[in-house]
Design a protein around this ligand. Structure first.
Ligand SMILES: NC(=O)C1=CN([C@@H]2O[C@H](COP(=O)(O)OP(=O)(O)OC[C@H]3O[C@@H](n4cnc5c(N)ncnc54)[C@H](OP(=O)(O)O)[C@@H]3O)[C@@H](O)[C@H]2O)[C@@H](O)CC1
Ligand SMILES: [K+]
Length: 493
C-alpha cells in the first residue's frame, strides 16, 4: 500500500523500530547518509556546502550530513544558533561527532556555498517560525543556492502542507521511509522540489501496527479492484451508466461525462435527456444511447431497470428545485450515484437534506466531486484543518466518498481512508475537465468498482489522461486518450 505517514505516525514508526533493534543514532546515521549521497550527486567533489541545523533531530541529521561530506572531501560550514537541545539526545551525539565549529544563523549568506542543506526543522515543527530562522529562510529563498531539504523543507507542516510563518523552497527533499501528506498537499509540494524517499531500515511490518489511513493516489492503492474487462464477460456485466443531461443549451457537459463513463469501462452508457434537448443530443451521440427523460418521473422510469446501476447528475444540470428532485430520485433508486457541479450547489444551505438522502441507503455507493468553491458552498466556507482533514470530515458528514478537486485532489471515504493525487498536470484545469472526471468515476462504479477505489482510480486516470494529452488539451481529448492510459495500467499488472 502506498501509505503516507503523518509526523505523529512517523514518530511511532521510529519508536517501534528502535524498540525492536537499531538505535535512534543508527537511524539518524542512515538518514544523514542518504542526504549526503543526494548532495554528492549534485555537488562537485571538493566544493563548498553549507548545512543549516536546528535544535532537534532534524538538525541532528544535518550534523551527520556535515560529518560525512567533510570526510568525502567537501568544504563544510555549519550554521546553528546553538548546539542541539538536550532533549534531542541523538542530535546531541551527532553534534559531538561533528567536532567542528558552528556559525550563527545570521552569518549565513549565499557567498558561503552554492549548495545548502536545510536541517532546521522537520517532523517536530510545532509553531510558526520567527526571528533569525525566518530571516535566514527569506534570504535563502531569494538566493540562487541549490537547497537540499532534510525530511521536509523547514517551515512546511508535514501533516498539512501548510507553511508555518516561513518555509524553505527546496530543489530536492530527502525524506525517510514514507512520504508525509505535506509532501503532496499544496503548497508543501511546491516547496519540496524532487522528492526522494530513503530506506533507513524501517520495516514495512510497522505499518501493520500503525494502520495508516492516508495514501498516495497511485495504482497500487486500487489496481486489485480495477474492473479490467474479462474475456467471458457480457457488456451488461460491465454495468450500465446513466448520465443526466441539462436543457437545450446545456448539453455538452453531460455528453463529456457520458463519453468518460464509456471509455472508463461501463458496458453501456445512456444519456437521459429532457425532451427539449433530445434532438441536439441525438445529433452528437453514436455509441452512447439516448433516452427521453421527462423530469423526476422520467428519471424514475429509467432507473427502475436495475441493470442501469450507476447514475451521474450535475454537469450543467441547472440550479434549484428541479435538480434537487432529480438527485433525490437518483438516491432513492439504489443506483450508485455521482453528484457533481450543479447537483451539489443546488443543496447549498440545505446540505443536511442531501446527506439524509445519502444515508437513507448507506450501502449504495455515492461519490461527490466538488471543486473548492462547490465544496465551500455545500459544507460551509470555513473548514478547519488541512484540505485532507476537510475532505475527511466532509466524507464522514455526508456518508459519501468526497473527491475534493484541485492540483492535489483528495479522495476521502466516510471510514477515514484518504488518497492524495500527485499526477495532475496544470493544463488539466480546463472547461469540461471535471465533467469528464465525474463520468469516468460513474463508469467505474457501473463496472462495480467500490466507491473509494473507483473515485481514486478515476482521479488517477484523469490525471494520466491529462499527461498523455499534454499541454493544449481540451476536455474532449481526455476520453480519447484514456485507452492508452488503460493499456499501460493493464500492462503494469
Ligand atoms: N526519531 C528518529 O529516530 C529519527 C528522526 N529523524 C529526524 O528527526 C526529525 C524530527 O526530529 P524532532 O522530533 O527532534 O523535531 P525537529 O523537526 O528537529 O524539531 C524539533 C525542535 O525544533 C523546535 N521547534 C519546532 N518548531 C519550531 C519553531 N517554529 N521555531 C523554533 N523552534 C521550533 C522544537 O522546540 P520545542 O517545540 O520542543 O520547544 C525542538 O527543539 C525528523 O524530521 C528527521 O529529520 C531521522 O534522523 C530518522 C530517525
Ligand atoms: K528540514
Amino acid at each position: 500500500m502506498p501509505a503516507l505517514l503523518t509526523p505523529i505516525e512517523m514518530a511511532e514508526a521510529d519508536r517501534l523500530t528502535i524498540a525492536a533493534g537499531p538505535s535512534g543514532q543508527v537511524l539518524m546515521a542512515r538518514a544523514g547518509l542518504a542526504v549526503a549521497d543526494a548532495v554528492s550527486r549534485s555537488a562537485p567533489l571538493g566544493g563548498r556546502v553549507a548545512v543549516i541545523c536546528g535544535p532537534g533531530n532534524n538538525g541532528g541529521d544535518g550534523y551527520v550530513v556535515a560529518r560525512i561530506l567533510r570526510h568525502r572531501g567537501y568544504r563544510l560550514t555549519v550554521f546553528a544558533d546553538a548546539p542541539p537541545d538536550s532533549r534531542a539526545a541523538d542530535a546531541a551525539a551527532a553534534f559531538a561527532e561533528w567536532q567542528g565549529p558552528i556559525e550563527p544563523l545570521s552569518e549565513w549568506s549565499d557567498a558561503s556555498a552554492g549548495i545548502v542543506v536545510d536541517a532546521l526543522y522537520g517532523a517536530g515543527l510545532s509553531r510558526d517560525i520567527g526571528g533569525a530562522a525566518a530571516e535566514l529562510i527569506a534570504r535563502l529563498n531569494a538566493s540562487a543556492c541549490r537547497v537540499v531539504a532534510v525530511d521536509i523543507p523547514s517551515g512546511i507542516d508535514g501533516a498539512t502542507g501548510q507553511p508555518r510563518g516561513a518555509a524553505v523552497k527546496a530543489h530536492e527533499t530527502v525524506t525517510f521511509y514514507r512520504r508525509k501528506p505535506g509532501h503532496l498537499l499544496l503548497p508543501g509540494r511546491l516547496h519540496c522540489g524532487t522528492i526522494r524517499v530513503a530506506d533507513i531500515g524501517i520495516s514495512d511490518d510497522v505499518l501493520q501496527a500503525i494502520g495508516p489511513k492516508t495514501f498516495v493516489n497511485e495504482p497500487a492503492l486500487w489496481r486489485g479492484l480495477f474492473p479490467f474487462p474479462r474475456i467471458a464477460a457480457h457488456k451488461y456485466d460491465r454495468g450500465h451508466a446513466v448520465v443526466v443531461s441539462g436543457g437545450l443549451t446545456q448539453t455538452g457537459a453531460a455528453r463529456l461525462a457520458a463519453r468518460g463513463a464509456l471509455r472508463a469501462g461501463a458496458g453501456l452508457v445512456t444519456l437521459a435527456s429532457p425532451p427539449e434537448a433530445l434532438s441536439v443530443n441525438a445529433a452528437h451521440l453514436t455509441a452512447i444511447m439516448l433516452m427521453r427523460m421527462d423530469g423526476v418521473t422520467g428519471l424514475s422510469e429509467i432507473l427502475a431497470d436495475q441493470r442501469r446501476n450507476a447514475v451521474c447528475l450535475g454537469p450543467a444540470l441547472g440550479l434549484g428545485e428541479a435538480t434537487r428532485g432529480l438527485v433525490a430520485e437518483a438516491l432513492a433508486s439504489g443506483a450508485a450515484t455521482v453528484l457533481d457541479a450543479d447537483a451539489l450547489t443546488s443543496f447549498a444551505g440545505e446540505a443536511d437534506k442531501l446527506f439524509a438522502g445519502i444515508k437513507a441507503w448507506a450501502e449504495r455507493p455515492v461519490v461527490l466531486t466538488p471543486h473548492a468553491g462547490e465544496f465551500g458552498r455545500l459544507f460551509g466556507p470555513d473548514q478547519a484543518g488541512s484540505k485532507l482533514e476537510a475532505a475527511r470530515s466532509a466524507a464522514a458528514r455526508a456518508g459519501a466518498v468526497v473527491v475534493l478537486k484541485g492540483p492535489d485532489t483528495v479522495v476521502a471515504a466516510p471510514d477515514g481512508r484518504a488518497a492524495i493525487a500527485a499526477n495532475a498536470p496544470p493544463w488539466l484545469a480546463t472547461a469540461g475537465s471535471g465533467d469528464v472526471l465525474a463520468g469516468i468515476v460513474t463508469g467505474l462504479l457501473a463496472a462495480r468498482m467500490p466507491a473509494f477505489e473507483a473515485a481514486a482510480a478515476g482521479v488517477w486516470l484523469h490525471g494520466e489522461a491529462g499527461l498523455a494529452a499534454g499541454i493544449g488539451l481540451i476536455a474532449e481529448d481526455l476520453p480519447e486518450v484514456l485507452p492508452g492510459v488503460l493499456k499501460a495500467l493493464r500492462a503494469a499488472e
